[in-house]
Design a protein around this ligand. Structure first.
Ligand SMILES: Nc1ncnc2c1ncn2[C@@H]1O[C@H](COP(=O)(O)OP(=O)(O)O)[C@@H](O)[C@H]1O
Ligand SMILES: [Mg+2]
Length: 492
């Protein structure tokens, strides 16, 4: 059986990677339909960063000849015409690239186009990625040093690497090409994107979070944001190594988790909330039953006794939604020792507070706020997102008795992520929730490279919970809370 026949035969299965081609199309950017199964088989981390198109790697790319795009389009059309495949067929990248090589040889011979080996290899790779994968996004997804990918229309593709944004040399052919990749991803999770539903969230097979928003809402063409899945989720050791906190802060947080304090992690977008939540959750004892609730599973708990719950958005008909609040209520019937909520965004916050107040001590969550004080205001607002909201003062009282600690994380001007405050809630004074800061990050200025100059300091306050810890056999030495009175680093 020739390769061509083999490829034509329906249902031929060679690998776990599934895709199908839309035989009616001849669009150069690839009108292939694929389930994103192809993404997971892309072999993350196998490629040298040399092919990512990210800025510092630009020079490693082989040069594209004049007729590169024209030849690529021809090979693509031949693939589409000859691989007469229905959407249920399963083929591997190897098969497609084999066939593509053959067609390429043919075209180069017939048209007498010169093309070097590395240029040929690049053409085939791009083509295969367009036909079975996610096109120009594939090399970016494979590069483990990239944490986020942002596509603002076809010609502006940005990445985040080590906390810094960079523009890449990667581009799409046109708006239709970007749309095509978006459709390929969302159709694989049973959703669709069109004028009626112009915003969509999905999770890629490798765990990365995907969001797309298209015209008319996105004015400059379809836009994609991908938050890459991190294989290693974060531990206190890592955070220490990154300089996000001091050993004294790590010790304090460790004691707080082990003593079942209720902890809120507060921070802006991309400030490191989930990383902190993962790091703290890792300290929960292996014999505790943990229930996690998330909109999109990011937590990576190593403990055995974990039940992971995920919310569900409504389907195309607008039905079947399961909210965080519903999961929160259900989780209380599951006899959890700890409830870990990925992020409180709405009315589930009230249930979370009540759970914290009624014997589910040691619960952890994150929320979006810029200071510990803002975090309290945010909890109040979210608890009021109810049909019959409690009076504000009652909510504040609940916060004062339920929440023990607020850990503030921030992304500084220079891209560094720091734990900028650890504050203890101490009670109420009149209508106000009172708290005291135990540790903070003091910022003094910027150096000549615009890097933030600052340091973590203890405020000199010994937290009240240190006594609870002591009663549970965890001793926090007094000296870790002592103020460092040495002069701050000099700023020129
Ligand atoms: N202390 C840190 N130092 C360096 N990078 C960090 C730190 N904390 C988090 N990150 C990285 O920053 C990015 C965003 O972190 P994440 O925890 O997902 O933020 P959030 O949940 O607040 O949106 C991730 O790539 C993560 O690995
Ligand atoms: Mg997060």
């Amino acid at each position: 059986m020739s390769l061509r026949d083999r490829l034509k035969k329906p249902g031929v299965s060679q690998s776990g990677s599934s895709f199908g081609l839309d035989a009616n199309s001849s669009h150069a950017s690839g009108n292939a339909q694929t389930s994103f199964g192809s993404l997971s088989s892309a072999g993350y981390g196998n490629t040298s960063p040399g092919s990512t198109g990210a800025p510092e790697n630009h020079s490693n790319q082989p040069k594209k000849g004049e007729r590169f795009d024209e030849v690529k389009t021809k090979v693509h059309n031949m693939l589409v015409e000859n691989l007469n495949i229905t959407s249920t067929d399963v083929l591997s990248k190897n098969d497609v690239s084999l066939a593509a090589y053959q067609f390429l040889e043919k075209i180069l011979m017939a048209e007498k186009v010169p093309m070097g080996t590395s240029e040929r290899a690049m053409l085939i790779q791009e083509l295969v990625e367009e036909v079975v994968g996610l096109g120009p996004l594939e090399p970016l997804l494979r590069d483990p040093t990239i944490s986020e990918i942002m596509v603002n229309g076809p010609k502006n593709v940005y990445i985040e690497r080590m906390g810094k944004l960079h523009k890449t040399t990667v581009s799409f052919k046109d708006n239709a090409h970007v749309m095509h990749i978006i459709e390929r991803i969302v159709s694989a999770v049973g959703r669709r994107v069109d004028e009626k539903t112009p915003m969509v969230d999905a999770r890629l097979k490798d765990g990365s979070r995907f969001n797309a928003i298209i015209p008319p809402l996105a004015l400059d063409g379809p836009s994609i944001s991908i938050r890459k899945f991190k294989a290693d989720a974060g531990t206190l050791e890592k955070l220490l190594g990154w300089g996000s906190m001091t050993p004294a802060m790590a010790k304090t947080l460790e004691a707080a988790v082990k003593c079942h304090l209720n902890i809120i992690i507060s921070g802006g977008t991309g400030s490191g909330k989930t990383t902190m939540l993962n790091s703290l959750s890792a300290l929960i004892a292996p014999d505790e039953r943990i229930v996690t609730i998330e909109d999109s599973a990011e937590l990576q708990l190593k403990q055995e006794h974990v039940v992971r719950l995920e919310t569900r958005p409504p389907n195309i008909e607008g039905e079947g939604q399961i909210t965080a609040r519903q999961l929160m209520i259900n989780s209380l019937r599951m006899r959890p020792d700890r409830i870990v909520v990925g992020e409180c965004r709405g009315p589930e916050t009230l249930e979370m507070l009540q759970a914290m107040n009624t014997g589910h001590d040691g619960s952890l969550t994150t929320l979006h706020a810029n200071t510990p004080r803002d975090a309290i205001a945010r909890i109040v607002t979210m608890c009021m997102m109810n049909d019959n909201p409690l009076p504000e003062k009652t909510i504040r009282q609940q916060i004062a008795s339920a929440v023990h600690l607020i850990v503030q994380v921030s992304r500084l001007m220079d891209g560094q992520r720091k734990t900028t405050s650890i504050s203890e809630i101490t009670g109420m004074e009149g209508d106000m929730v009172t708290m005291q800061e135990i540790f903070k990050f003091e910022q003094y200025g910027l150096d000549e490279n615009y890097k933030v100059i600052g340091r973590h300091v203890a405020t000199g306050v010994r937290p009240r919970f240190a006594d609870i810890c002591k009663a549970k056999g965890i001793e926090l030495p007094n000296n870790i809370f002592e103020r460092d009175d040495s002069p701050p680093p000099e700023v020129k």
